[in-house]
Design a protein around this ligand. Sequence first.
Ligand code: KIV
Length: 271
Amino acid sequence: MSVQTEQPRTTIRRLQEMRKARSPIVCLTAYDAGFARLLDEAAVDVILVGDSLGMVVQGHDTTVPVTLDHMIYHTSMAARGCERALLMADMPFMSYTGPAQALANAARLMQEGGAQMVKLEGDGGQVEVVAALARHGIPVCAHLGLRPQSIHKLGGYRVQGRGVHAGERMMRDAVALQDAGADMLLLECVPAVLAAEVRGIVDIPVIGIGAGADCDGQILVLHDVLGMTGRPPRFATDFLAETGDIRAALAAYVSAVRERRFPGPEHSFQD
Ligand code: KIV
């Protein structure tokens, strides 16, 4: 039996309600218990244990070297600090090449890591995998746009979906992934106008990173918010620089997203 507390845990249902109420969903990455606790206390709605840990924690140039065991290790740490936020974990490179592999690996992320939702990078080609996960009761977020695990194929970290054909394809993929059972979409580095169009044709929450202000929520990498990455991407802001304190920086990020002051046009990409 679940006990109702003042601040109940964020659920997929709650995220849906927030979308309907147009109440911005605040998401941020964390990779260990200490930061997960701080994010939880700052009332972040969704904590992502992102495979960005390969770059910001492990020091690699890409997310490709991150393994499932790394993800389980970091997710289990974050889970110990996370009581209120919904805990989402990335499925790393090559861990979801087909339904059977995806099911086995998502099960490990949930059972050993404590994740409540998994995220995978994909386009329409991942429909079968998403459908299998959804059929087995596994909440899924589909990550469209810039997909860092495909960096060697994409040839660089650049805006995706530019041009009529690419934009139409992203919209088709978004609908196909939703219809396959995805509970949430994440759009990375997508022109703001396209992101708004995608949001308009799906019914599930759309979270943006470098995707403009018209998404249902926003996410950033924690190390960018805390000014630790040296040269933050254009779509990020160093909230520590303006506050000088980690808790205050997290609070500033949360209120900037809730009050729709972040992202501004300077953080977004045009067509
Ligand atoms: O791995 C990660 O941190 C991500 C964010 C860029 C959203 O996927």
